[in-house]
Design a protein around this ligand. Structure first.
Ligand SMILES: Nc1nc2c(ncn2[C@@H]2O[C@H](COP(=O)(O)OP(=O)(O)OP(=O)(O)O)[C@@H](O)[C@H]2O)c(=O)[nH]1
Ligand SMILES: C=C(OP(=O)(O)O)C(=O)O
Length: 213
């Protein structure tokens, strides 16, 4: 029987006061940081429930997020480069591999509140067939997940139209059907509605109830 590959995930998270700025009209400055935290908590909890995930490293400078996400079982690494998303991801991958040389790593956004562990497992199973692989977001423009096998640099190129950049970088695109929850990032009010329709995790459901109230 072929043994299944295990993965270490790297999840970047901006300071909560700055995160999810495109939801400002929906949530307002009082509720938006809590919503961003709830997305991250539901994302991390689903990742940690995935059978092929060995560990989660969250790269963040936010003290509340650090406390809450480490309580779920994530390792927290400060955003020492302070040079944006891709620098944070490369830093997280280095932190993982400094403890586990040769680890297979996957970068995943923190804004996937509908994430299902079984769908993530399918995506990672498909990713194991390539040295580097990625999954496009629900809009088909960006990326929600990028993987690198052991010994292979992650070389993240997230931000805006990153699907084309990851494809051009030589990473293989994962084209699996039935993994909507892994593609469903939430940037806008429409995205949030779509995530709710898929079924969000418990912390996001509570935060959305506060929003509606
Ligand atoms: N550690 C770290 N994480 C980042 C940084 N920039 C973005 N992220 C995270 O990267 C992921 C994807 O970023 P975006 O979807 O643009 O999220 P966002 O910046 O919160 O959303 P907007 O403010 O609407 O652009 C989210 O999990 C962010 O929290 C950064 O400079 N450092
Ligand atoms: C960082 C990304 O997400 P967003 O579109 O939310 O900025 C990305 O898709 O590369």
């Amino acid at each position: 029987m072929r043994s299944q590959r295990v993965w270490d995930l790297v999840i970047p998270l901006k300071p909560l006061g700055l995160a999810k700025s495109r939801l400002a009209a929906t949530a307002g400055d009082d509720l938006r940081p809590g919503l961003a935290l709830a997305f991250a908590q539901d994302t991390v909890a689903a990742v940690l429930a995935c059978a092929v995930v060995r560990g989660v490293c969250v790269v963040t400078d936010d003290p509340l997020a650090a406390t809450e996400l480490s309580a779920l079982g994530a390792r927290i690494v400060p955003d020492a480069p302070a040079a944006g998303l891709n620098a944070a991801l490369a830093h997280g991958a280095r932190a993982v591999r400094s403890e586990r040389p040769g680890a297979a790593v996957a970068a995943l956004n923190a804004d996937l509140p509908a994430l299902r562990p079984a769908e993530l497992e399918s995506v990672l199973g498909s990713a194991a067939e390539a040295e580097r692989a990625f999954l496009a977001d629900a809009a088909g423009i960006g990326t929600t997940l990028l993987t690198a096998s052991g010994g292979v640099p992650l070389a993240p190129a997230f931000g805006g139209p990153s699907r084309a950049r990851h494809r051009a970088s030589g990473a293989r695109e994962i084209t699996l059907p039935g993994v909507d929850s892994v593609r469903r990032d939430v940037d806008t009010a429409d995205d949030l509605r779509a995530a709710i329709a898929l079924g969000v995790g418990p912390r996001t459901a509570t935060a959305v109830t506060a929003l509606r109230a």
